[in-house]
Design a binder for this molecule. Structure first.
Ligand SMILES: NC(=O)c1ccc[n+]([C@@H]2O[C@H](COP(=O)([O-])OP(=O)(O)OC[C@H]3O[C@@H](n4cnc5c(N)ncnc54)[C@H](OP(=O)(O)O)[C@@H]3O)[C@@H](O)[C@H]2O)c1
Length: 243
């Protein structure tokens, strides 16, 4: 995710990346690389480590005054404030499309200073949504994981297109564009998805036949189960941090 965030941020910023693997070629020519444990002076600190690495990774950042932005799942603002002895904390949950400025980023803050700095820095990454912290675990399961759900859906359309005899390249463009178009249409018209279903389902037509099979296969239930499982896992990560 650190790489996705970097890609979406304006390059006028100066980046220092602190990590364990200094052979990572991605950062060559993009950022100054420093080994894990280095004390770095920055204007803002972005915590993009796994929850299990929270303690070792923040060791050099305890008692800093600058705003801390965490993207870690399951680690609360209070835990970050207490650990880092810093009152200006943002906890947010970006998703992969931040790399092209199309992210959805729910966030919660401790102070106005933290929110101001966060908005200045992260606005180019996509839609910033202020939210209560109690919703962040659930949003992680829904929005953080959403690129996966969309990918599985598009992959299924690809297989389907091949099965009904379409050329591979044509199916790929069609599946991606129709997914974007369908989502943009819902966004633009501000209608409920089931209204769209009624609009496209003509009596005895192709769509209602397709829908019948989707319902029989339990597609909606599978998606609901997936989000619920991701939600439960997000809550579990808090305790894994202790291992
Ligand atoms: N993946 C997503 O779609 C997504 C979305 C939203 C939020 N998140 C959150 O983002 C965080 C990172 O996830 P990820 O998928 O990007 O994981 P990842 O690819 O494993 O990246 C973790 C990074 O942490 C670095 N790191 C580990 N220990 C460190 C230490 N002691 N000091 C400094 N750096 C250290 C690693 O450096 P090395 O490579 O050098 O080991 C690596 O660059 C997680 O907390 C996750 O909940 C992920």
């Amino acid at each position: 995710m650190a790489k996705a965030i970097y890609k979406g941020l304006p390059k006028e910023h100066e980046f220092v990346v602190v990590k364990r693997d200094l052979q990572d070629k991605f950062w060559e020519g993009k950022a100054e690389l420093q080994p894990a444990g280095t004390v770095v002076d920055g204007d803002v600190y972005i915590l993009a480590v796994k929850p299990i690495s929270f303690h070792p990774a923040t060791e050099p950042l305890v008692d800093k005054d600058e705003v801390v932005i965490s993207i870690m799942a399951g680690i609360s603002k209070d835990m970050i404030c207490e650990r880092m002895q810093n009152e200006d904390v943002v906890r947010c949950m970006p998703n992969l499309p931040v790399s092209i400025g199309e992210g959805y980023i729910p966030y919660t803050v401790t102070t106005e200073k933290a929110e101001r700095r966060f908005k200045e820095l992260f606005s180019p990454l996509g839609h910033l949504e202020s939210t209560e912290e109690e919703y962040l675990d659930a949003l992680t399961a829904l929005t953080g994981t959403s690129p996966l759900y969309i990918s599985v859906f598009i992959d299924a359309l690809l297989d389907a297109g091949i099965k009904v005899g379409l050329p591979r390249e044509m199916v790929r463009t069609a599946a991606v564009q129709c997914t974007i178009g369908g989502a943009r249409y819902l966004q633009h018209e501000k209608i409920h998805p089931m209204e769209l279903k009624d609009m496209v389902s003509s009596p005895a037509g192709t769509s209602i036949h397709a829908l019948h099979n989707l319902e029989k296969s339990g597609v909606k239930a599978a998606i609901i189960d997936a989000v619920e499982m991701a939600y439960n896992r997000s809550k579990q990560l808090k305790s894994l941090r202790e291992i």
